[in-house]
Ligand binder design. Structure first.
Ligand code: ADP
Ligand code: MG
Length: 353
């Protein structure tokens, strides 16, 4: 996700989640360096763990296999992640996304193949979620104070004005030329709800191509687990945090060969006039989602887990049922805030065979 001023320090949830995952796997956590162990009696070396700042949070790679292979893979992965970050960082003027946002209102911006591929995924996600997932949400993020501090809540007129610039119908995509042109002068794109999930799939592909079958990739709480479980285990144990209690887990799920993403409103928020404004906004109403505390999605692709955990925040039950009808191996957990202030937990297809 783009690095915002608020996000330049490592996120607490990422660290906590990482620690929980590490504990669950019985690993030793390290920062900025590889640590390797030989799994007892298993003959497979690892985990080789590497931790580093990325996307305004921490990334952690845990690979099993020959140490030199893990190191070479880590090098390639870190390079790829850095290039995805450099492409999509909304807060660096020279990123490809910033250059697109700065010029696409005047002339068609020609995208790199990677950005074009990612935009294609975002357009499909927009369609599938009935517009709940919309990367043109940027003007609303800005209005609600996520890009610059504000002291008063936006007025309805301001929200209406921002909404006019939001909506992928304001963006013209040139299929043959891979270009983007904005139809509204204030439109801009924000890839914060999708880039970590996209990056997860890229990392998993690099690892697989290099022959690593056992490993876990954690990008600030967006997690991908490779095909083979850690030695001596049946699965990777991933803790889902309780949005109301930083130190507690709601669940521990055992998964292989799929992704888990959680969108929570407990950490990413700004305070305006004493009111907490959460960082997922319904592009159709212009207002932040208020009645949800957390959404976790487990599904085969990293990008889908990221997109849908964000989109279910605003689209709710309807989208969950659509996914349950159309996607295999997909589970959703929602933590709702009831009108009386109590929380309730809803699980959908949480255990599959
Ligand atoms: P996190 O960044 O905490 O992992 P998410 O993956 O849910 O959480 O992404 C939230 C980010 O997505 C916001 O910071 C913003 O950049 C972007 N965003 C907010 N609302 C939407 C939306 N309705 N559709 C697409 N992106 C959104
Ligand atoms: Mg997301």
């Amino acid at each position: 996700m783009p690095t915002s001023p608020r996000r330049t320090r490592p996120s607490l949830i990422a660290i906590l989640l990482g620690v929980l995952v590490v504990l669950a796997l019985g690993m030793r956590a390290v920062r900025q360096g590889m640590v390797s162990t030989l799994a007892e009696g298993q003959g497979i070396s690892g985990p080789h763990v590497y931790e580093f700042p990325i996307f305004g949070t921490y990334g952690r790679l845990s690979f099993w296999g020959p140490e030199d292979l893990a190191e070479e893979t880590t090098d390639e992965v870190v390079e790829r992640l850095q290039s995805i970050h450099d492409m999509s960082n909304l807060f660096a003027d020279d990123s490809e996304l910033s250059r697109l946002n700065a010029t696409a209102r005047e002339e068609p911006f020609v995208c790199s193949d990677r950005l074009w591929e990612l935009l294609g995924e975002c357009r499909r996600a927009h369609q599938e979620t009935d517009g709940a997932f919309d990367i043109s949400v940027g003007p609303l993020m800005k209005l609600w104070g996520f890009h610059r501090k504000r002291t008063t809540l936006p007025t309805e007129a301001e929200i209406e004005a921002a909404r006019a610039a939001v909506g992928l119908e304001n963006v013209l995509f040139g299929e043959l030329t891979k270009t983007v042109l904005f139809r509204h002068p204030d439109t801009y794109l924000d890839l914060g709800g999708v880039v970590k999930g996209y990056a997860l799939d890229q990392v998993a592909e690099i690892a697989r191509k290099r022959g690593i079958r056992t490993g876990m990739i954690d990008l600030g709480g967006n997690i991908f687990c490779l095909n083979e479980p850690p030695p001596g285990k049946h699965a990777y144990n991933i803790g889902v945090r309780n949005p109301f209690d930083n130190d507690a887990l709601l669940e521990t799920v055992g998964i292989t060969n799929c992704a888990v993403a959680t969108s929570g409103n407990y950490e990413q928020f700004v305070e305006v006039e004493g009111k907490r404004i959460h960082h997922i906004i319904d592009p159709r109403t212009g207002y932040p989602a208020e009645d949800v505390a957390g959404v976790t999605v487990i599904t085969p692709r990293g990008i889908d887990s990221d997109v849908f955990s964000t989109a279910i925040f605003v689209e709710g039950e309807k989208l969950v049922h659509h996914l349950r009808c159309t996607r295999r191996r997909t589970s959703v957990l929602r933590v709702l805030l009831e009108t009386d202030g109590r929380e309730s937990i809803r699980r959908y297809g949480w255990i599959w065979d």
